[in-house]
Ligand binder design. Structure first.
Ligand code: GCU
Length: 331
């Protein structure tokens, strides 16, 4: 009978809080962790976050749960990161280039051709190798909890498929909002135009852009094949996505909850890698059935042209150290 009684007690207490006082009433129910996500609820990362939330709720006896807002409802990634910094929300998934604006050492994680394949990237993200880098943003109001894969990014355009760096000449290609991404486009032979994800479809449609670069899942999910049907497998960069958390929210969690939270956040990376690889083929099939073409290309000339960029990203001893540690985990 005891559990029942205590349950009634909790419900009554919750009722009292709810009728009693505004904001503090939240103390009685689960603490809601507002989470910004810029892609749809079909994205494997969304599913991994849902799974993380369920496990967190179970492991903390219902104390915490995530409330995930997809589709840029809380703004694009740049806006979402600001909301996390200010503590207006607790969590967000943002691509590595956004965090690179706070600490240049992050740029190493998104260097063209730094990972040999998904298995290599998975090893890097789950090995603890990046922990020091991840906590280095403390002081800016946020911390990186873990990294998710976003596959390999490839080039897609209207017109005709890209096959060589020469084909990139004069092409305006959307990139994420960072200097490295703009430079990467230059090294590949085109022109990078930085913007948030939500504007890409209409910018291509209106001719402001000739195309974009992304993984197959985002390409298909956002129906970008409708405006840029020629997808070329340049696989030029595997950009990490980062799960970031507000710093003072973390500091206020009690030690045991914080340890559970951090552990489950890290474990969500394993789930996300599995879900991501499962979703890849379906995404490609969807796009193909809607008329998209997928072309294999010789990446060697692109790689050669990006070599000098690699060198400019390896300036400080910390950057070289991160680079060496990542390469040491190659299969
Ligand atoms: C990928 C990545 C996102 C990123 C997006 C983009 O989909 O997973 O985090 O926002 O690319 O190009 O903006």
């Amino acid at each position: 009978a005891l559990p029942k009684l205590s349950l009634i007690g909790t419900v009554v207490a919750a009722g009292l809080f709810l009728t009693g006082c505004g904001e503090d009433s939240k103390a009685a129910g689960p603490v809601i962790l507002k989470t910004a996500f810029n892609q749809s609820e079909h994205n494997p990362q969304f599913k991994a976050l849902q799974d993380f939330s369920q496990k967190l709720e179970a492991a903390t006896g219902g104390k915490y749960k995530l409330e995930i807002h997809p589709n840029e409802l809380l703004g694009d990634q740049r806006a979402a990161l600001e909301l996390v910094q200010s503590g207006a929300i607790q969590l967000a998934v943002v691509a590595n280039p956004l965090v690179e604006n706070f600490n240049k050492n992050f740029s190493v994680l998104a260097m063209p051709y730094i990972y040999d394949n998904p298995a290599h990237q998975r090893k890097v993200f789950t090995s603890g190798t990046l922990d020091a880098l991840f906590s280095s943003t403390k002081g800016n109001g946020f911390e990186v909890l873990t990294a998710y894969t976003a596959g390999a990014r490839s080039m897609y355009v209207k017109g005709a498929p890209i096959k060589t760096p020469e084909d990139m000449k004069g092409q305006k290609i959307r990139v994420m909002q960072s200097d490295t991404m703009v430079k990467m486009l230059t090294c590949m032979g085109g022109t990078g135009v930085p913007m948030g994800q939500g504007e890409v479809y209409s910018a291509i449609q209106q001719g402001v852009l000739d195309g974009a670069e992304n993984n197959e899942i985002t390409y298909a999910d956002l129906k970008q094949y409708e405006v840029a049907p020629h997808f070329s497998y340049t696989r030029h960069v595997m950009v990490a996505d980062l799960l970031v958390a507000n710093e003072s929210f973390l500091a206020k969690m009690d030690a045991a909850d914080q340890a559970t939270f951090r552990k489950l956040a890290k474990e969500s990376t394993e789930t996300e890698f599995d879900l991501f690889s499962q979703a890849l083929e379906t995404a490609k099939q969807t796009a193909t059935s809607q008329g998209a073409t997928f072309t294999e290309v010789d990446i060697a000339p692109f790689q050669a042209r990006c070599k000098p960029l690699q060198e400019t990203l390896l300036v400080t001893p910390e950057q070289k150290d991160i680079f060496n540690k990542i390469r040491a985990l190659a299969n």
